[in-house]
Design a protein around this ligand. Structure first.
Ligand code: 6GU
Length: 237
């Protein structure tokens, strides 16, 4: 998978060199290119923003640098079509299902990181007419720009790309993969500061252990995220 990120803060994306994503890049499973939007400005101050038409607080990102940047970045691989992703609090919710869909169906993502009050709407109009384009939100809170969201989305998507995670089984039992939160996990020692490991986990009864874990998943989900259980039967299935 190829990922391009256009931003005015390329340094914000430095963590993509680390850990699992960094290794996937070194192994050639993932190709990441981070671009500075100011590269496509032409004035001495490398201006990317201006005041909003109609008035109001804050600044809006000007369309011209974005137009030139996306022409060049999206045209870099003739014969291939990128999926443009604009992170923003006004987008569709980015979910595990969405991450899996993108990891499976997309082989090229171009992230468009807005700052300030947002990007001139005509940039969306222009590029959504030329490419598949999604506006995606991490949740109901406001970040200063798309960069942190790109880190989160890239990690969620890339770890689902075949080969990026060694232990495929660990992917199946995670929170959200079956619509439930994860069961609690324990390791040695068997007693710690007076806290015990639940005895069923020491019993060796795989059936009982599986049942207990499923019950824990249902209890946790009911307590923390009842919204996830809506539409399920009384047994949570
Ligand atoms: Cl994707 N971007 C910004 N700027 N704020 C957000 C967000 C994204 N998701 C939640 N808040």
């Amino acid at each position: 998978m190829r990922i391009d990120v256009v931003t005015i803060f390329p340094d914000y994306l430095a963590p993509l060199d680390l850990s699992l994503i960094g290794r996937a890049r070194r192994e050639g499973l993932l190709e990441v290119h981070v671009h500075d939007l100011r590269h496509w400005t032409h004035d001495r101050h490398r201006t990317v923003d201006d005041t909003p038409y109609g008035g109001g607080a804050g600044m809006v990102m000007r369309p011209e640098p974005w137009g030139e940047a996306l022409d060049e970045v999206c045209g870099a691989l003739p014969g291939r079509t990128p999926h443009l992703v604009v992170p923003g609090p006004g987008g569709d919710l980015f979910t595990q299902a969405r991450a899996r869909q993108m990891a499976t169906e997309d082989d090229w993502l171009v992230f468009v990181c807005g700052r300030y009050e947002g990007i001139d709407e005509r940039v969306h109009d222009e590029f959504s007419a030329r490419y598949p384009l999604s506006v995606l939100s991490l949740g109901d809170y406001v970040l200063n720009g798309g960069e942190v969201a790109v880190l989160a989305m890239t990690e969620a998507i890339a770890r689902l790309v075949p080969g990026v995670i060694g232990n495929v089984a660990s992917l199946v039992e995670e929170s959200h993969e079956d619509g439930l939160l994860e069961y609690p996990v324990y390791t040695k020692p068997q007693q710690w500061r007076g806290h015990e490991v639940p005895p069923v986990l020491l019993s060796g009864h795989h059936g009982q252990i599986a049942r207990w874990r499923h019950e824990q998943q249902l209890e946790r989900t009911a307590a923390r995220r009842p919204d996830l259980l809506a539409g399920r039967g009384p047994q949570g299935d």
